[in-house]
Design a binder for this molecule. Structure first.
Ligand code: BGP
Length: 481
């Protein structure tokens, strides 16, 4: 069967990881502007890399430089977006996923009126995409909430942030009415893994961190449902997707207790999508809350909003799979996308420890389609590697071609299995600052950017070998890999 003829091939980025220009044209500080590069921390220890304290925040606010804060400079896409979009068009992109930095429109999050310079920037980006007939796929929240809302309200733990977010979202729909595809919260489940970047929760300001995290997640569910309703009202024909980190987990052995442990891990992973797709909390998670003395502040009106405003499609990131067991103490552990899991003895890992499991993508697609029976969209998938720029401007990244070839084959098999797959955006089509470790040296792109972890370099863009390969994949709609 193969991919549908209007399959949306493209790539995905996040404002905080590419734009730079962190304090330009009225933009306010976002939570990612305090993310420090930590060369002394093990790149596989995501907890230490994403850890943040109130002191860190005060130090970052007092430091106007970009030296220790790579996400303040990104790859300067703010000034290079025309060149970058032209390169995406050269590869034949049908879609481009990017996020709107909340603080370009509302610097502190509390303003009554938006910053017009911020609106203008994204209108220019969308116009540039339209020049090449590339569909924008816009993420409203991709770890970029206003720092002010984190410091003043402890982020999404406070319901008042729902009002500020819906105001920001309404401005986006009114200012960017040509955007047909919207995602509300990137990896909405990640609140319990990195609460600061995902929800503006400052751990040392939280008396009951777990309670705050699940309350914040609930408040984001409510905001997501309210915004879904608004999108459909303001942009007829638009489609809204939830966005889940698909953390596909296998039992370490055939022991039933290990199989149960894997079932429980996967169930916890699905539940944020359950709420946004089915409009209510699954009973298993409500029992988890009871057992962990988590009592959410949920109103009847909110239950109604969730029930009446479910999403149109399910998008997700997939990088790797992992193992679990009833007793994980005997497992060799390895890092993954902001998680740690059992290492699979049958599969290789990247230099950052992430397991490479192409068949896991087919399995993930089947699991999600079987669970929800709604269209799916792979909005992040890729491999971070150290790439070598040669003196002649070439980058030979056959390993990246091999990674994508295997994953696209698996995707095609899932489509032949009957999965309704809308599109695929690789993470990321161009090298950028990594989310968990703030490294440039962890490269994902088909396009190499000449910058290092300290911001040194020309910033010039170079086509890697995988650039021409992906161009051909898109030209043949995935028939020739
Ligand atoms: C996901 C994020 C992306 C992206 C990706 C790769 O969690 O949604 O922002 O960064 O992970 O992770 P990293 O950049 O840490 O290698």
């Amino acid at each position: 069967m193969g991919f549908k003829k209007d399959f949306l091939w493209g790539g995905a980025v996040a404002a905080n990881q590419v734009e730079g220009a962190w304090n330009v044209d009225g933009k306010g500080m976002s939570v990612d502007d305090v993310a420090r590069f930590k060369p002394d921390v093990d790149i596989k220890d995501y907890r230490k890399n994403v850890a943040i304290t109130s002191t860190d925040i005060q130090n970052a606010i007092a430091d106007p430089s970009t030296a220790d804060y790579p996400k303040r400079r990104g790859i300067d896409a703010y000034h290079h977006y025309q060149e970058d979009i032209r390169l995406f068009a050269e590869m034949g992109f049908k879609v481009f996923r990017f996020s709107i930095a909340w603080t370009r429109l509302y610097p502190t999050g509390e303003e009554e009126q938006p910053n017009q310079a911020g609106i203008k920037y994204y209108q220019n980006v969308i116009q540039e995409l339209q020049k090449y007939h590339i569909e924008p796929l816009v993420t409203l929240s991709h770890y970029e909430m206003p720092l002010n809302l984190a410091v003043k309200y402890n982020g999404w733990a406070d319901k008042r942030v729902i009002k500020y977010f819906t105001r920001f979202a309404r401005t986006c729909f009114e200012s960017f009415p040509d955007v047909k595809y919207w995602l509300t919260f990137n990896e909405i489940d990640s609140v319990t893994r990195h609460p600061f970047t995902s929800a503006g929760i400052v751990p040392d300001q939280s008396t009951n961190l777990l309670q705050n995290e699940y309350q914040a997640l609930h408040n984001q569910f409510v905001a997501s449902a309210m915004v879904t309703k608004l999108t459909h009202q303001l942009i007829p024909g638009s489609q809204v997707g939830c966005m889940l980190t698909k953390l596909t987990t296998y039992p370490a052995t055939a022991k039933p207790e290990d199989v149960l442990a894997a079932f429980n891990k996967n169930t916890m992973n699905y539940y944020p999508a359950d709420v946004q797709v089915k409009g209510e909390y699954p009973s298993l998670i409500l029992n988890y809350f009871r057992r962990h003395n988590i009592s959410l502040d949920v109103t009847d009106e909110e239950r109604q909003i969730l029930k009446e405003n479910t999403v149109d499609f399910i998008s997700f990131s997939y990088y790797m799979s992992m193992l679990t067991a009833a007793d994980e103490s005997g497992l060799e552990m390895t890092a993954g996308n902001t998680v740690v899991g059992g290492k699979n003895p049958y599969l290789p890992t990247t230099e950052w420890g992430w397991t490479v499991d192409p068949l896991g993508l087919r399995l993930s697609l089947l699991q999600l389609y079987d669970r929800y029976q709604k269209p799916l969209f792979v909005v992040e998938n890729g491999m971070g590697t150290h790439d070598q720029l040669n003196s002649d401007g070439t980058v030979h990244d056959q390993y990246r071609i091999d990674y994508f070839k295997a994953h696209f084959q698996a995707m095609k098999e899932a489509v032949d299995d009957g999965v309704d797959l809308m599109g695929y955006t690789s993470w990321g089509p161009i090298d950028m600052v990594s989310a968990s470790t703030s490294q440039m040296s962890k490269r994902y792109g088909f396009i190499y950017v000449d910058l290092d972890d300290y911001g040194h370099g020309s910033g010039k863009r170079y086509r890697k070998d995988s650039f021409q390969w992906y161009k051909h994949v898109i030209e043949t709609n995935g028939e020739e890999l």
